[in-house]
Design a protein around this ligand. Sequence first.
Ligand code: NCD
Length: 488
Amino acid sequence: MLSSSLFSASDFTSSKEVMQILRGAKKMIPHAKRMRYNQAIKFVGKLLLQFKESSSRTAGSFETAAGYLGLPYKVIQGTKETSLKKKEAPLDDLITRYGQGYRMYITRTTVEGEARYLAEMMQRIGKGISVLNGGDGENEHITQALLDLLTIWLRLGRLKNFTIGIVGDLKLGRTVHSLIQLLKLFTGINVVLVPFGGLNLPERYRHGLNIVAEGDEDFSLLEQCDVIYLTRIQEERFVEAIDYERVKRIYVFGKEELDACKPKVIVMHPQPINDEISVDIRFDPRVIMDEQAENGVAMRMFLIYRAATQYRPLVIDRPDEDLIISRDEQPAKKARHRDKLIRAIDRGTVLDHLPPEFIDHIIALFHKLGVDTQPTIIPARRVTDSKTVPGGIKDIAFMIDNFISDGAAAILTLFAPLLTVNVLPGDGTIHKIKYRPPSNIQGVFNCPNPVCITNVDRYARSWFVVDNGFAVCRYCERDFDMPSLLHN
Ligand code: NCD
C-alpha cells in the first residue's frame, strides 16, 4: 500500500493505485477552478515547501494548492536564507522544522533520493512526516508524471490503447523517467522514443516498456502518435559543458511536423520550453501544455489533501534473510580427495571457486566488509578445476587463522556466485558453506552517484537492493554492476 508520502513512480505497483490518485485529482478540478476547497481540512501542523532548485510551475502550483485548501504553509525558494547554505545536513534542517510545527514537507532538490531518505529517517526517530518529492535531480518527478497522466486521461477519455511519442532529453529528464514508469502499469500503451543528440532512455527504464519505434531526432516517427510529449535538453545536469555544446543544436518541432501528425494529436510539454517547439505553434489548440500546468494545481491539491487527511507510515523494514543455504560438514578421516588442496592450511578459511582474477580485488572488498586482512591471506591464482567452475579456471584464497562473518561471506557471493566457504576450525574438520547472495546491502559500499543523498547527508547510509545481478540504490534509484561498487 502506498504511504501518504510520495517519492517515486517506482513505488506504484498497479494502475489501480495510479487511478485512485487520478480520480481524486479530477474531483479537485472544480475546487481549483473556484480557487478554494469547500470544507475545512483537519490537519494539525504546517506545510513546508522547500525548493532548493529553481521552479515556477511545481513550486507555484503546490503553493496555490495549499492556499486553496486553506492550510498554513511556508515557501522557501533556494537555500540562501537557510542553514543549508552553511552545509547543514538536510536531516538536521528538517528535524528543526519539525520542531517548528511542520508536518508535511514538499521538496525539490538536486540531491537524488532525498525525499525517501528524509521520510524514512524522520519516521525512524519518531517524528513521522509526509514528504512529497517535487523533483530530485535527474531521478524522479512523480507529481509531474501524475498530472501528465491526468491530462492524457481527461483528453483521451482512456488510459489504454494509445501511442505516445516521448521526445527530447530522455537520458537526464526526470519527468520522462517518472512518466515512463507509470505508463508501464497500463495496458495497450505503445511508446515511440525520439531522443535528441543521443540522449537516450537509460537501460533501467526500458524493461516492460512497449517501445514500438525509436529514432534519434526522427520526428517522422511521431506521425503514428496520439500523444506527443516534448522535453527540453537538461543543460544544468551535464557534468561537462562540452557535452552540452555537442547536443545543443536546435531540434525544433514546428508547424510542418505537427501538421504531418494525426489530426487529433495532443502535444504536451512539462515546461520550461527552450527551443524544442517553434513559436508559431506555441498557441495552437493541439498544444496543450498550459492545460497540463493548470491540471497541476488540482493534482497537487489532491496530493496535499491525501497526505493531510490520511497520514500513512512507510514500510521500511526488510525481511530477515536466510543467508546460509547449505552446510556440509565432513569428519577429518573421510576427507575426500578433492579436499586435499583445502587442507593446505590447518586452521582458518579457504574461499574456493572464486572467479579468475578476483583475488586481486579481495583485499579492497575485505576492507569494505570489515574483514580482518592482517592474518596472512595467500592467493592461489588461476587454479585448474574443470569439474566445478565453467571455464575450468578459478582463484582460491587461503586465510590462515582468519574467519569471516556470515554477512561478509554472503556479500562475497554477489561477486563470486559459485563461492564455497571452507571453514577449518583446527580440529581436523572442514565445514563447507554455501551462501545465498543477500537481496539488500546496507552501509557497505558507497553509492557511485555523487549527487545521491547517501553521499550528501552525513547521517545517511547506503542501501542497495540487488536485482538481476545489479545493485540498485534505494535512494537515487540508479543501478550499478557489482564490480563498479568495489573501488568506489
Ligand atoms: C520539469 C522539471 O523541473 O523537471 N519542470 C516542471 O517541473 N514542470 C521539466 C524541466 O525542467 O525540463
